[in-house]
Unconditional design. Sequence first.
Length: 253
Amino acid sequence: MTLTIGVSLKMYFGYDQTVRWCRTVADRLGGHPALRGGGARLFVLPAFPAIAPAAAAFRDTPIAVGAQNLSAADSGAFTGEVSGAMVREAGARYVEVGHAERRALFGEDESTVAAKTAAALRNGLVPVLCLGEDRRMPAADAAAECVRQLSSALHAADRQGLGGMVVVAYEPVWAIGAERPAGEDHITAVCAVLRQAVTARHGRAGSTVIYGGSAGPGLLTRVAGAVDGLFLGRFAHDPGALESVIDEAGALA
């Protein structure tokens, strides 16, 4: 069993701070037995300008780099956009698609998410496909909604015959920043259904389902068996805290 841990730095760090953080993580975790032995995998998503130096910092480690977004187009007159081809060329292996903030703040609808998922796969990137229900509801209903979102996000890629693994990041939107986050029973129920759904899809061998809502130490152990890893945010700004999660993943694996 390999557990997947992802970290999105969003826009919290500046350029120099990002590079320093990556070098610190490389020093602390580059030789970690869980990562070296395959019990865990770790990917980091910095802001666009820091992808290349992050990739350089992690070059001699098992730690992978990704982007937080990409254009649905591969090239052309799209001012301010960054293509999957350039993201890959800069050293990224993963790319985040469909995060709730992109949907809410920048108007990315399901057709945009599907187009960007296809663009990622077309350019040899692993999409970190974020999905989750908008409001609190029973786990069975949430699971059905998330499976629907998964099918929608992969529709364009399936139509184009684009195979490849995906990392499904389950993040219930209603739980983001909430005083009472999603309960462990809810998380495991939804993720178990999502895992079955993505595993059953043709051409998606190696795909995983990770959880990204208020994730921290101890959660991975409590949801083990139904969830393949965690997607971390500000908790991972402390490299020592990130190391504790990798330790936990190694112990479980």
